[in-house]
Design a binder for this molecule. Sequence first.
Ligand code: FES
Length: 131
Amino acid sequence: MQYSEKVMEHFMHPRNVGKIENPDGVGKITSPVCGDIMELYIKVKNDRIADVKFQTFGCAAAVASSSILTEMIKGKKVGEILKITNKRITEALGGLPKEKLHCSVLAEDAVKSAIEDYLKRNVKVKNKKSK
Ligand code: FES
């Protein structure tokens, strides 16, 4: 199995690693395939991703997928992010071996779950304000 240069580069030097205190949304996903875990934290300002950090307890492809994902979503509108697929993540990485495609699915699921969490929290805040 061979990784692309891009995968290796992101694995060796992952971007935006860590945790955000008081995030606006959190996505935590465990891969049903291998049990690896990915946590993604987002901060949203004016409907755009102002900050994003991740922690991945998983393989090189999972770390690279999360790292490139954070670059793909920073500054983007919440609605645009919902269109991100694991295929786009894989393409941005210059491809992944077939047996590692589920690692990019983990990144897609984590970001979608973080956005869902953000939207849920927002509805609650709006409901509270309107009471
Ligand atoms: Fe499961 Fe990579 S082997 S996330």
